[in-house]
Design a binder for this molecule. Structure first.
Ligand SMILES: NC(=O)C1=CN([C@@H]2O[C@H](COP(=O)(O)OP(=O)(O)OC[C@H]3O[C@@H](n4cnc5c(N)ncnc54)[C@H](O)[C@@H]3O)[C@@H](O)[C@H]2O)[C@@H](O)CC1
Ligand SMILES: Nc1ncnc2c1ncn2[C@@H]1O[C@H](COP(=O)(O)OP(=O)(O)O)[C@@H](O)[C@H]1O
Length: 483
């Protein structure tokens, strides 16, 4: 898990570091890392460092000096605000770096191998200074690689919006910890590959976090020799309707391919036949379950009657789609709500744009109101955990997943993990991440049930990461591969 840090915490850590280490210049540390990454990105060719008026520009100027000294290449600087970090300017001029004006930049741009963006970093407000709009567009048109220092200029560190004008990066090097804009869409789409560089800052634990593959590997409920179908977790699924028959098949597919011990389907009989045709391991009819999944494709008719008895069972529920309209004030302990932005808006009695404007805040608000875990779905998936007062971002996948039925499959995976006994925040973070990783293995317009079928491949890979044996004896996947 990686902590996502707000700007005030970064600045506080920087102050503490400066007090404790008066002889260390953090800007030089940052600049060295920028220069080193620039060398890796383009080993030769002219580099243009674009600098703004603040410390982000300072990083750029010291990186420029380093690049001139270390390599025998041409480095030029464009100070877009007229003024720039004074010591940085002196340092750059000392090594003979040429400072350009707008006209010169326009003329030389086609021959630039790399642009380093030091216009704004964590001090940046949303939006690019007007006099560089043309430049951002030209970099895009000419396909010039851009290395952003800390934050691509135009983005604001704690904001997930992507404004119309942004200097989109090929890579971003940020310091100490990622910021929300690096990970949350659509802002993240302007950051390219993000590298977090250690410059020695100590940061406190954050209540906003990003899942890592290793977390999925560690937390996944791997079966053991003591496991049987019951102990792996029996999941009850009541989903689908005549209007939405696929909403019965898809969640069950998600649940089966993520390893449910047993599934009891209690939806309409006709849909049970459909499911059995595809997935004969599913059982039909009621019985003891460890968790329920409800709501996908219920449509409105009869929804409340279906929901009532299941709510009374008291086991944890995954509550999706139509069932979200009938939430009681108190939910069974350990339950999980899985709304998309529109459904969350309806739950909170606000508009969809209000949710889209503040997904972290609104997911958390619903989690607090119902005292339960909320998984807000979308391009970035947020898991709000009101018990530990934090929000976790799931691992993200390709946008191909944005299709009807993906949410149904995701609900099924959540159900498997709740039935396995995982607490809802973990179940949600794992399910959303694994679906994204499966989609990354099938990058294209594969239907959601085909993406679900890639989950076992993802798990085999993760088992290797967690060093989980897959055969009797001591053989781990790694040792098998070595045969
Ligand atoms: N805080 C830290 O830990 C460290 C910070 N460093 C660098 O310092 C940066 C932060 O420096 P600053 O606080 O000076 O902030 P920035 O350099 O990010 O930006 C501040 C300046 O840009 C202007 N500005 C902001 N948004 C604008 C916009 N949309 N249009 C036009 N002008 C805009 C502001 O008015 C201000 O003059 C970091 O991002 C990083 O690059 C590094 O030197 C290493 C240590
Ligand atoms: N831009 C996107 N990139 C990746 N995944 C997305 C994107 N938009 C939506 N998704 C995924 O698509 C699913 C949509 O869920 P939902 O709207 O409930 O679909 P349905 O109800 O049709 O199954 C979610 O699982 C979400 O993760």
């Amino acid at each position: 898990m990686i902590g996502i840090q707000p700007v005030d915490k970064i600045r506080a850590a920087e102050r503490e570091f400066a007090e404790a280490n008066p002889d260390v210049n953090l800007m030089l540390r940052a600049a060295d890392q920028v220069a080193e990454l620039a060398e890796r990105m383009v080993p030769s060719g002219t580099i243009l460092v674009v600098v703004g008026p603040g410390n982000n520009g300072g990083d750029g100027l010291f990186a420029a000096r380093k690049l001139v000294r270390d390599g025998r290449r041409q480095v030029m600087v464009w100070p877009v605000a007229g003024t720039a970090h004074p010591q940085g300017v002196v340092a750059a001029r000392q090594v003979g770096i040429r400072f350009l004006n707008d006209l010169e930049v326009g003329r030389l741009l086609p021959d630039i191998a790399l642009v380093i963006d030091g216009i704004t970093g964590i001090g940046g407000r949303t939006g690019l200074p007007e006099n560089v709009h043309w430049f951002a567009e030209m970099c895009d048109v000419l396909k010039i690689p851009v290395l952003a220092i800390d934050i691509p200029s135009g983005l604001a560190a704690e904001d997930h919006h992507r404004p119309a004008h942004v200097l989109a990066a090929t890579r971003t090097i940020t310091f100490a910890a990622p910021k929300l804009c690096h990970l949350a869409q659509p802002a993240a789409s302007a950051c390219g590959d993000v590298e977090v560089a250690d410059i020695g800052l100590e940061l406190p634990k954050s209540n906003l976090r990003q899942m890592q593959r290793m977390d999925v590997a560690r937390w996944w409920p791997w079966p053991t020799p003591y496991t049987d179908k019951y102990s792996r977790g029996v999941l009850g699924i009541d989903t689908g309707s005549d209007r939405y028959p696929g909403a019965a098949v898809l969640p069950v597919t998600g649940a089966v391919y993520s390893g449910a011990g047993m599934i009891r389907f209690t939806g309409p009989d006709r849909l049970a036949d459909l499911i059995l045709h595809k997935l004969p391991s599913v059982t039909v009819g009621s019985g003891r379950v460890e968790a329920w999944l409800v709501g996908c494709g219920w449509s409105e008719e009869g929804a409340e009657q279906r929901f009532g008895p299941i709510l009374e069972s008291g086991v944890p529920l995954v509550i999706d789609a139509d069932a979200l309209r009938y939430l009681p004030k108190r939910l069974p302990e350990g339950s999980l709500l899985t709304p998309h932005a529109g459904e969350l808006a309806e739950l909170l009695g606000i508009s969809r744009p209000e949710v889209e404007d503040d997904p972290v805040g609104k997911a958390y608000e619903a989690a607090e109101r119902w005292e339960t875990t909320v998984l807000l779905k979308g391009a970035t998936q947020y898991i709000a955990n009101p018990f530990e007062k934090r929000v976790t971002l799931a691992i993200a996948g390709p946008s191909w997943t944005a299709q009807a039925g993906s949410g149904d499959v995701l609900a099924g995976i959540c159900g498997t993990l709740l039935a396995a006994g995982l607490p809802a925040p973990k179940a949600a973070a794992l399910a959303a991440s694994v679906q994204a990783m499966a989609a990354a293995r099938k990058p294209g317009p594969f239907p959601p049930d085909v993406v679900a079928q890639a989950i076992p491949e993802v798990l085999v890979h993760l088992a290797e990461l967690a060093d989980q044996p897959v055969l009797a004896g001591d053989l781990t996947p790694r040792s098998i591969a070595a045969q």
